[in-house]
Design a protein around this ligand. Sequence first.
Ligand SMILES: [Zn+2]
Length: 124
Amino acid sequence: MKVSEETNLWVEQDGQLMLRGVRCGACASVQFPPQPYGCEACGAAPQYLSEALIPARGTLHTLTTVHVDQKLTTPFRVAEIKTEADQFVRGRLDDSDAVVGGLVQGVVRQVEGTERVVFVPADA
Ligand SMILES: [Zn+2]
């Protein structure tokens, strides 16, 4: 699967925001965001990856603050989220009230002029 920066990394399905991740045909791992160099688990080439829709909702597993980025204004926070489908995804965390172990959900927001999925504390 070719990863393009012009392609939205999400889709709405039955009213739920889904992340457009990838599933590796070699090792079966599911990943988000997709990386252009291939599978980040086993190193398989990009042609082994196919699209996998992942629910944009889960438990905040860990987070960190980014202080240096080539494109985006820093600092901002990035989180690893364990989704309801038991997959780990990474995304921007856009709310200071989010805590490790808490429920978070993806929402689409403008970030520096571009629509992106960001994670915020989930509504109950
Ligand atoms: Zn793999």
